[in-house]
Design a protein around this ligand. Structure first.
Ligand code: PMP
Length: 449
C-alpha cells in the first residue's frame, strides 16, 4: 500500500498542470465541458506495479489496467528494459519488403501459443485497426475465391469492436454508435448470449444454446451472403462486462463451418490471460479464422495489434495480380519496439506461472466481492477469470458518482454505465485487493445516495 505524501508545492504543480492541459488537450471518450468541475483531471507522474502516482503526490490503484492494457504492472522493469534495448538497435523500419528479428520472433511465438490451425500473422497498430484488417481480409478472401455475393457481416448485440468506422459498425452500443450510424456499414445483429439476459430459471449454458439457435436462423436466411461473424469471446467488455457460456462459441464455430463463413474472434480485451486461459477461445476448444489481439499484447506498454489467420485465408491472396494482394498498410506496421515489448511480456508468461497465480487471485477477488451482493442496489456480481463486474441498479449518473468517490479514496475504477468492474494488473497483491474491495463497497454506497 502507498502512503500519500502531499505538500502544497505538489498541489500547486498539479493545479498548474491541469490548467495547461485543459487549455490545449482534447481527451478521449470525454465530454470536455465536464472538466474541471464535474470531472477532475488527474495528472500522473509515474506508475509502479498496480499504482499510479499523481503529480500532486496522491496514489491511485489502477483497477482497470488503464483501459485493459496493462498485464504485469506499470513500468514493469523487464518490459521497459527490452524496449530500451530495442530502441538502441532499431526503432522502426518499413515492414513492406523488409523484416526484422523481433517481428519474426513474435509471429512465431504467437502462432505457437494461439489455438491450433492459425498460420499467419498480420500486424497493425491498435485494436480497431486489427478489426478493420480482419473484416477486409475476410471479404477480400471470398472475393478472390469468386464468392462476390459475400458482403455482409454478423455481429452480436451489445458488442464492441473499436472506434474507426468499420470497427464501430460492428459494435452495438448506442452511446458510441448512434451518432455515426449514417456513416456505418450495417451488419446483421444476432442476439447476445449474455447470461445476464437469461430467462428466469434458465442456465447460462441453456441461454447460450438458445441464442446459438437464433444465430443459426440468421445464417440460414442469408445463405452465401455472409463473410464473417465477429464476436468478443466470453466477455462483452465495453458492453458492461456481460459474460456468456463457452457453449455459444462452440456452436458458433459449427454454424460458421456449416455455412462456409469466417469466425472473427476479437480477443483484443480478453486475450492474454484475462479470462483464465491465455486465449478465451481455448475454453470452447475452438480456433477462429481470425484472432484479433492488441491491448495486453505488449504488456500494456505500446500500441500494437496482430491479426492471426489461417493458411486458407492467406492462400486466397496469392496470385500474380496486385488486386488480389492485401494492400492494407499502416506506417508503423510491425514496429520493432512494440514487438520487443510483446516478446518480453510473453517471456513472463513462459518463465512464471502467471495463469496459475491468476487463478488464486481470481478466487480471492470472488471472496472479497461476495459481500457486495448484500447491498440492496447491487443486482449482479459476475466473474470470468480476472474480470469481475458488479451491476448496480440503474440510476442517474451513478457510475460518475462511484468514479469520483473511488478516486478520492485512491482507486481508479472507471464504471461502464452502472457497472463497476475489477480488471486489475495481474500483480495486484492482497493489501491492494482489500483496498479495492473496501473502496468498491463505499463507492456503491455513495453512488446509491
Ligand atoms: N475490440 C475490443 C473488444 C475492445 O475492447 C477494444 C477497445 N476497448 C477494441 C476492439 C478497440 O481497440 P483500440 O481502442 O485499441 O482501438
Amino acid at each position: 500500500m502507498h502512503k500519500d505524501n502531499i505538500d502544497t508545492a505538489m498541489l500547486a504543480e498539479a493545479e498548474a498542470w491541469r490548467s495547461r492541459d485543459l487549455a490545449v488537450l482534447w481527451h478521449p471518450c470525454t465530454q470536455m465541458a465536464e472538466h474541471p468541475d464535474t470531472l477532475p483531471l488527474v495528472p500522473i507522474r509515474r506508475g509502479r506495479g498496480v499504482w499510479l502516482e499523481g503529480v500532486d503526490g496522491r496514489h491511485y490503484l489502477d483497477a482497470v489496467s488503464s483501459w485493459w492494457t496493462n498485464l504485469f504492472g506499470h513500468a514493469e522493469p523487464r518490459i521497459a528494459a527490452a524496449i530500451a534495448r530495442q530502441a538502441g538497435e532499431l526503432e522502426h523500419v518499413i515492414f513492406a519488403g523488409f523484416s526484422h528479428e523481433p517481428g519474426l520472433m513474435l509471429a512465431e511465438k504467437l502462432l505457437a501459443l494461439a489455438p491450433p490451425g492459425l498460420a499467419r500473422v498480420f500486424y497493425a497498430d491498435n485494436g480497431s485497426a486489427a478489426v478493420e484488417v480482419a473484416l477486409k481480409m475476410s471479404f477480400h478472401s471470398f472475393l478472390n475465391r469468386g464468392e462476390s455475393r459475400r458482403k455482409k457481416f454478423i455481429a452480436l448485440s451489445n458488442g464492441y469492436h473499436g472506434e474507426t468506422l468499420g470497427a464501430l459498425s460492428m459494435g452495438d452500443i448506442p452511446l458510441y454508435r448512434r451518432i455515426y450510424s449514417p456513416l456505418l456499414l450495417q451488419p446483421l445483429f444476432a442476439p447476445s448470449p449474455d447470461a445476464y439476459e437469461a430467462e428466469p430459471g434458465e442456465s447460462a449454458e441453456a441461454c447460450a444454446l438458445r441464442r446459438a439457435d437464433e444465430l443459426a436462423t440468421i445464417f440460414a436466411r442469408h445463405e452465401g451472403e455472409i463473410c464473417a461473424l465477429i464476436l468478443e469471446p466470453l466477455v462483452q467488455c465495453a458492453g458492461g462486462m456481460r459474460m456468456y457460456h463457452p457453449a455459444y462459441l462452440h456452436r458458433a464455430r459449427e454454424i460458421c463451418d456449416a455455412h462456409g463463413v469466417h469466425l472473427i474472434a476479437d480477443e483484443i480485451a480478453v486475450g492474454f490471460g484475462r479470462t483464465g486461459t491465455l486465449f478465451a477461445c481455448e475454453q470452447a476448444g475452438i480456433t477462429p479464422d481470425f484472432l484479433c489481439l492488441s491491448k495486453g499484447l505488449t504488456g500494456g506498454f505500446l500500441p500494437m495489434s496482430a491479426v492471426l489467420t489461417t493458411a486458407a485465408v492467406y492462400e486466397a491472396f496469392l496470385d500474380e495480380s496486385r488486386d488480389r494482394a492485401f494492400l492494407h498498410s499502416h506506417s508503423y506496421t510491425g514496429n520493432p519496439l512494440g514487438c520487443a515489448a510483446a516478446l518480453a511480456s510473453l517471456a513472463i508468461f513462459e518463465t512464471e506461472p502467471v495463469l496459475e497465480r491468476n487463478r488464486a487471485t481470481a478466487a480471492r477477488m470472488a471472496e472479497l466481492a461476495a459481500p457486495l451482493r448484500e447491498h440492496s442496489q447491487v443486482i449482479d456480481v459476475r466473474q470470468t477469470g480476472m474480470i469481475l463486474a458488479v451491476e448496480m441498479a440503474p440510476g442517474d449518473r451513478r457510475g460518475l458518482r462511484a468514479y469520483r468517490h473511488a478516486l478520492g479514496e485512491g482507486v481508479l475504477l472507471r464504471p461502464l454505465g452502472d457497472v463497476l468492474y475489477w480488471m486489475p494488473p495481474y500483480c495486484i497483491d492482497e493489501a491492494a485487493l482489500q483496498h479495492l474491495a473496501k473502496t468498491t463497497l463505499s463507492a456503491i454506497i455513495e453512488a446509491a445516495r
